[in-house]
Every structure is written in C-alpha cells, then in structure tokens.
Ligand binder design. Structure first.
Ligand code: AMP
Ligand code: MG
Length: 269
C-alpha cells in the first residue's frame, strides 16, 4: 500500500468532484483487514516516534483540515494511539482571540510548531485564514489573497530548518456530513460536539469546496505536500493517514543516539 496516490502534485488544478470521498482502492479487502493493518502500522509508528524523540534531531508537523465532522479528532485518537504522549502534542486552533487578532495570522501558529524530537498535530491551522476567513469575508480579498504565498514561505522556512511537514485534507461527502451531524444530534453523548454554527457552515458547503480547491492547488509544495484523504469511511481514512506518516518517518533515516563507551561492562551494584 502506498499513500502517495493521494498526494497533490504541486501546481496542479484540483477538482474535488473527481476525488471520491468513499474511495477504497488501496485496501479492497475491506474493513476488517484494513483495521488490522492500521493497528500494525500504528505500532510501527509508535516505535519510530520513540526513536525520533530519543534522537532529538527531526521535527514533524502534521496539519489536519476538514469540513465539520470530517474526522480530525478521530484521526488524532486512532492514528496516534501507539505513540508516547511525551513526544506528541496537539494544537487546536479555534476562533482567534482578541489578542491573536491583534497580530498577524501566523503569530499564534508559529509558537506551536514542533521542537526537535517532537511531533505536533495541528487540529485546524493557519489554513483557516484562507478558508473560513475567505468564505465568511472576514478580511478583504486582497488580504487573504496574499496569504497563500506567505504560507508557502512560512512552511519553507520551517522545512529549511529541519521540520517535516505533512498536510491532510480529510475529504468527506456532503451526504456523509449530513449523517454525522444528525447522529451528533440523535446521540446524547455526542451532542456536546454539535453547534448551530455547523448548520450555517454546511450551507456554505460549495464555497468551502472552492476555497479548499484553491488551498490544495496553491499550497501543495515539494516541501509541504497536501494529501486528499478519502474520509467517508473512518477505517480507511485512518489507514491512509497512518501509512503516509509512517512512510515519511521511515524516510528520515533515524537511529537511537550512540550510548556512552564501555557500558556493556557496567554492572549496577
Ligand atoms: P471546532 O474545531 O469545531 O472546535 O471549531 C473551531 C471553529 O473555529 C471553527 O468554526 C473554525 O472555522 C473557527 N476558526 C478557526 N480558526 C479560525 C480563524 N483563523 N478565523 C476564524 N475562525 C476560525
Ligand atoms: Mg465543531
């Protein structure tokens, strides 16, 4: 299995209509084997994260973006369940506070980027500043229009300084969102997740598709690629994200730090 099939080639036009949210082509054997495979991948991911942490050399940034109910929380829960919380952090970006709004939009983001040996997962990100901000007209078009270039430069700076960046757009269908929102209303223990805002956002579905297509076309770069993950099936979404992450970590060629000389002869009395 190779998640590269879902990587967006830099500079290519993205038509989201031609990306099927219920695609399962990399695991046609179905849900059960798919979940088993994910469990194996996650165990390996846990091992590599341990080396990443011990070596303290590389930094990894994972960006998750999706429409409401797209599965950002579920992805974090499942893909990272084999990792050590000591070396993995999650940063969630909500509506900016007054203090955050008083600064440029990258200000609040930069301080959460990973340090050496860390994996940081962005649950939403600076991309909201060209998504919700664009769709809801929170700033003028010439202001958000300049941001794609800023973002590419910002991410370039991070990768130049030793960060690996992977960006996932969890692609759900409008029908699947309807079902998931409805189940948030129907199931009492899920109701806390529901917000009336979600319905207003849903009405803007088409505008968001346009805004996402622009993001994917303009900010999938050689140094910080986007992956469009079919996300109508949760097990498949987890499998694809785990696989892409694992391949990236394998590619880092990491090793545990050299221990001190002569430790083999040391006996603890
Ligand atoms: P949730 O992820 O469901 O907790 O919702 C967070 C909300 O914050 C979403 O409605 C986002 O669109 C919103 N949000 C995140 N970043 C920004 C931003 N930069 N400007 C405006 N709204 C934002
Ligand atoms: Mg929400």
């Amino acid at each position: 299995m190779n998640g590269e099939a879902y990587r967006v080639e830099p500079g290519t036009e993205v038509r989201l209509q031609s990306h099927d949210p219920s695609d399962l082509t990399l695991c046609e054997s179905g849900k059960k084997p798919g979940r088993r495979l994910t469990t194996e991948l996650n165990a390996r991911l846990g091992e590599l994260q341990e080396v990443l942490y011990a070596e303290g050399k590389h930094k990894v940034l994972v960006v998750l973006q999706a429409m409401d109910t797209g599965g950002k929380d579920g992805t974090i829960r499942h893909v990272f369940d084999g990792t050590n919380p000591q070396g993995v952090k999650v940063a969630s970006f909500k509506k900016p506070t007054a203090r955050e709004l008083a600064h440029d939009y990258l200000w609040r983001v930069h301080r959460h980027t990973p340090g050496s040996g860390e994996i940081v997962i962005f649950n939403r990100s600076h991309y909201e500043d060209v998504l919700v901000v664009r769709v809801r007209h929170l700033v003028a078009p010439e202001v958000w229009g300049r941001r794609y270039d800023h973002i590419n430069d910002f991410e370039r700076r991070l990768t130049d300084e030793g960060t690996t960046i992977l960006k996932f757009f969890l692609n759900i269908s409008k029908e699947e969102q309807k079902a998931r929102l409805q189940s948030r209303l129907d199931e009492p223990h899920k109701r806390w997740k529901f917000s009336r805002d979600d319905l207003a956002e849903r009405e803007l579905w088409e505008d968001y598709q346009v805004a996402y297509a622009a993001v994917l076309r303009r900010t999938s770069t050689a140094w910080a690629p986007w992956y469009i993950v079919p996300a109508d099936r949760k097990w498949y979404r987890n499998l694809v994200v785990s696989q892409v992450l694992l391949d990236a970590l394998e590619g880092l060629d990491m090793s545990y730090p050299q221990p001190e000389e002569g430790l083999a002869d040391v006996v603890v009395e």
